[in-house]
Design a protein around this ligand. Structure first.
Ligand code: SF4
Ligand code: SF4
Length: 140
């Protein structure tokens, strides 16, 4: 049951500008599941085993992340266009941005994050239910 007292109860606007800044520029984790590895590998035209060897590292047992280039860019970020090479197959972590717990717990967190994500507070209005579905889609 969604509580109506949340600070974002009237929804939030978001429209990605494809600036690419959330996909790189510093160290981070892009968690991937086995299903996501298999989908990405199929799109790439290689086996999941090879995809994992080339593009995935194990942070801790049972927790795998996409690799990064030395500059912090995600290994799936196109260097020239600064867009995800496999946008449709991107991991759920990427699909649910910016509606993550850590950004929604307090308005100040959303405001601080928005300073680095120009897609926030513009574009389509996401309803409370849509936001909650995305917020609870993964545990970060
Ligand atoms: S930082 Fe925001 S606007 Fe830029 S690519 Fe990421 S989601 Fe889109
Ligand atoms: S998988 Fe794609 S959307 Fe996700 S961080 Fe990497 S480049 Fe960005």
């Amino acid at each position: 049951m969604v509580t109506k007292s949340l600070w974002y109860k009237d929804g939030l606007r978001f429209g990605c500008t494809s600036c690419g800044s959330c996909c790189g520029g510093g160290p981070g984790f892009v968690w991937v599941t086995q299903n996501e590895i298999e989908r990405l590998a199929a799109k790439f035209g290689i086996t999941p085993e090879l995809f994992e060897k080339l593009f995935v590292w194990t942070v801790k047992e049972g927790h795998r992340s996409l690799k990064e280039y030395p500059n912090g860019d995600c290994v799936l970020l196109d260097e020239k266009t600064k867009k995800c090479k496999f946008y449709e197959e991107r991991p759920i972590q990427c699909k649910t941005w910016p509606f993550w717990d850590q950004n929604l717990n307090k308005k100040i967190f959303w405001d601080l994050m928005s300073e680095h994500c120009p897609g926030c507070n513009r574009g389509r209005l996401y309803s409370l239910d849509e936001i909650e579905k995305q917020r609870t889609a993964i545990e970060l």
